[in-house]
Design a protein around this ligand. Sequence first.
Ligand code: 5GP
Length: 148
Amino acid sequence: MTLHAPYDPDNIFAKILRGDIPSVKVWEDEHVLAFMDVFPQSEGHVLVIAKQSTARNLLEIEPDVLAQVIAATQRTARAVEKALKPEGFQILQFNGEAGGQTVFHLHFHIVPRWADRPMKGHGHAPMADTAVLRSLAERIAAELEPLK
Ligand code: 5GP
């Protein structure tokens, strides 16, 4: 997929937003959804997406929506840090197939990191158990700061 192509309304995240396929939600509001990555690169890998925008990548996202998604990513990362106590974390965002992107609905990854735990490869991690993801999502959600 090039950086410039029409938005596919049947991409996986569009299907998740429509409720056509299940996801393990951490939290949502009218603008954004944070949910567990089903192929986590580390324990507590969360994805954050905009609900209404059909931007495929950073080039296309409307600046006001980008601000909402980034604020949501920070809110979620703070909760991840409190819940799971990683020693560090990565915020990842891929653009275009050549840039490593595999789902073409703009999203930010929150990948907790521990010095002694190698991160699994992007696109090569095994599928996680849903019950484990649910438990992690509950722990993260319990640490969310109130919405302003
Ligand atoms: P990208 O490669 O586009 O930056 O990231 C897409 C992410 O979506 C990957 O980390 C991948 O593991 C995740 N993913 C792919 N399919 C699904 C799915 O059906 N459900 C969830 N929750 N995550 C998915």
